[in-house]
Design a protein around this ligand. Structure first.
Ligand code: ZN
Length: 254
């Protein structure tokens, strides 16, 4: 956790009622968060980009509303104002990423996307809060960032779409690989995942570790498959190769 927002130029938090300073940010899927107007354009840029890469904060009409922003309250169990009480924190997909555990967490690329806009993830805290992200900058930082965003239009990444039955080209035969594997097949997998979902694997190049697992599991989610990400077998290769080839690339065979 960073220094409280009151020491970063945001004034007093809980119990002060700041609801009049909130603006609603809506993702393309319909998920909504009320956050401080000085960070609203930053959050908007993040959630738009995340959904362009295939993530859905709102999974469909039957998904519950489990994305939260402003709440005038202290940190649970304390008398310390929560960053939510300044409208500087959001919780995403609370059902999927419950507090107090480190197993079910957002995809690594999404955490990295938030981090690149100075939103810290709560999943590494001593009491893990994997649904939680908070803006760590000062109020002036936020204003500068918004001014910069206004001058730089977003980069559009094509959304990931579900495969249709007929692949455009003959797929190479791939053997199954799982967590702990290394070598050329893992490199090919990382290359294709990076292309189709924007995932990145800093420090894990050519090795099947946590970031690959998260990327495979997340892709499965998007495709409606219950992949746990621990391995890539015939089904996963077929979908990943298909999405990759569909983008006009030649298959990577060796
Ligand atoms: Zn939170």
């Amino acid at each position: 956790m960073v220094a409280a927002a009151s020491s970063r130029g945001w004034g007093r938090g809980w119990p002060r009622d700041r609801s009049s300073e909130m603006r609603t940010v809506t993702a393309p899927s319909g998920a909504r968060w009320d956050v401080h107007y000085d960070v609203a354009p930053i959050l908007k840029r993040i959630v738009d980009e995340a959904e362009r890469r295939g993530y859905r904060f709102q999974k469909g009409p039957r998904d519950v509303r489990d994305d939260w922003g402003y709440a005038n309250r202290p940190i649970s169990g304390t008398r310390v104002a929560s960053e939510h009480s300044w409208g500087l924190a959001v919780d995403i997909d609370a059902q999927d990423y419950p507090q107090g555990q480190r197993r079910r967490v957002p995809p690594a690329w999404l955490i990295e996307l938030f981090r690149s806009y100075r939103w810290e993830w709560g999943g590494n805290w001593s009491y893990a809060d994997p649904m939680h992200f908070e803006f760590t900058g000062t109020r002036n930082d936020a204003k500068r960032m918004v001014a910069m965003l206004a001058g730089s239009p977003p980069v559009h990444v094509p959304p990931v779409v579900a495969p249709v039955p007929l692949p455009p080209k003959v797929l190479p035969v791939r053997s199954q690989i799982s967590v702990g594997a290394s070598g050329r097949l893992v490199e090919i997998l990382q290359w294709e995942l990076a292309y189709i979902s924007g995932a990145q694997f800093p420090g894990e190049h050519g090795v099947y570790l946590g970031m690959v697992r998260d990327a495979v599991r997340n892709l499965g989610k998007i495709l409606g498959k219950s992949w746990d990400g621990s391995y890539v077998g015939p089904d996963q290769w077929a979908a990943i190769d298909y999405l990759y080839l569909k983008g006009g690339h030649e298959p990577v065979v060796s």
